[in-house]
Structures are given as C-alpha cells and as structure tokens.
Design a protein around this ligand. Sequence first.
Ligand SMILES: Nc1ncnc2c1ncn2[C@@H]1O[C@H](COP(=O)(O)OP(=O)(O)OP(=O)(O)O)[C@@H](O)[C@H]1O
Ligand SMILES: [Mg+2]
Length: 242
Amino acid sequence: MSGHVISEEHILELENIDTRYGRIPCLMNISLHVRQGEVLAILGANGAGKTTLLKTILGMIKPDKGIIRFENNDITSLGSHKRVEAGMAIVAAGVGSFPKMTVETNLRMGAYYAKNQKEVQQRLELIYESFPILKERLWQKAGTLSGGERTMLSIARAVLAKPKIILMDEPSLGLAPIMVEETFEVIKHLKEEGMTIFLAEQNADKALEVSDYGYVIQKGQIVMEGNVEELRQSEYVENPVM
Ligand SMILES: Nc1ncnc2c1ncn2[C@@H]1O[C@H](COP(=O)(O)OP(=O)(O)OP(=O)(O)O)[C@@H](O)[C@H]1O
Ligand SMILES: [Mg+2]
C-alpha cells in the first residue's frame, strides 16, 4: 500500500443534518466532512449523539433535514445495504457478529460482498497475521470471545469487506487497558495502510493519538472542530460536559 496520505478529496460530507427520535431532536445542523485517508475523531460525552450520528451516516436512521454525500454522490435516501455495498463498514458493539457461529465463519461473512473468493482467502491470511489473537480462536464461537477479542473480530470483519471507510463506535469502550492499547495500535496500522476511519470516541486522549482532525459534539451539536493540537488545547476536550 501507498502509506498514509491524506487527500483534499472529501470521501464523506454531511450538510446541515438534523436527526430526531420522534419529536425529540438529537442531532442539530451537523455539517462535517471526512477526507480520503484520514482518521476523523468525533469526540463527545455520553448522550452527545455520537451513535446517532453513525447510524444516520449508515442509513439506519433517516435524518429529517440535510444531505449526506459519499464520494460526491447524494446518498441521503439510500438504504443501509446500499451504503455498505458502496463501501461503508461499521465497527460497533453488538453489530454484525453472529455469536453462535465460529470466528472463521464470522470473518468469511465479512467478505460476503466480495466477488473473488481467492482474494478473500489471501486477505484472510493477512488478517491472521495482523490479528494473531483471532487465529488462535478460529473455531471458537464468537459469543464466547472476550470483549477485546470481539472488538478485534469486528475490526477484522470490517477490513475483510474492503471498505472505503470504516465507521467505529467507541471501539475501546469497556476494554481492559491493554486491549485499549491494542485496539488503537490496530487503528494506527489501518491508517498507515491508507484506510479512512470515522472514529466516535469518549476517550479523547486515545482518539487524538491516532486522529488527523476532529469534531467535538455536545448535545447534538458540533461545538468545535480542529486539528489534533487545537483539540488537545480546547476547553471542550479537557473538560467534557457530562
Ligand atoms: N432510540 C432512541 N429513542 C429516543 N432517544 C434516543 C434513542 N437513541 C438515543 N436517544 C437519545 O439521543 C441522545 C444521543 O444518544 P446517542 O446514543 O447518539 O449518544 P452517544 O454520544 O452515542 O452516547 P454514548 O457515549 O453513551 O454511547 C441521548 O439523549 C439518547 O438518550
Ligand atoms: Mg454511543
């Protein structure tokens, strides 16, 4: 791969997005963009709207206002499956894994849309190199994995689908410190390979170690954006509103 190059090209753009649950507004006037090849951090406390933002981008919830563009195409009214086919993948607790199936089957299902199965096999081999923890557990049922192993499975599955962007919802949540480290190492590695990552995290310190740019979201609104230095120095990041 070509390594870590961020292009000025926007792979994903949100313009004035409003999302509500029933009558309760949850996202208000969200505009943001993700550049090709960057890790974009979405920082925010509990209930800020991070998961809702991811679900809106993936088409699991319809916004009632605004436009979402993926590779310059308006995808606002596209269903989730079409968005996945277009190149989006999600890494989120409880999403995508089949607990009663083995790790291996789960991985193969990550490559469901792949046309070339020989290539899938090659990619699986690479995955086993990057995630030795999974290779040891190929025949184990996914539901019996530890939290950290499950996160690795989820990331490996996403990678196997060869997406253009991976949307991650708090990948480090609930993990032991050593697994948090490992998860962020994997993210760093994916970034070096040129993957574009949309990373929603409460753990701003860790997120900013791997990110290129970020937005802070509070009560459904973007309150600041900036590069890593600007975010580290921001009052919004040092003193998150709970
Ligand atoms: N299905 C739902 N129906 C009604 N309100 C909801 C629903 N899902 C989320 N909300 C509300 O929307 C707001 C944003 O929730 P969201 O899950 O997006 O936050 P979050 O930033 O992901 O929080 P956390 O860090 O705790 O995961 C919260 O006030 C939440 O209670
Ligand atoms: Mg959430």
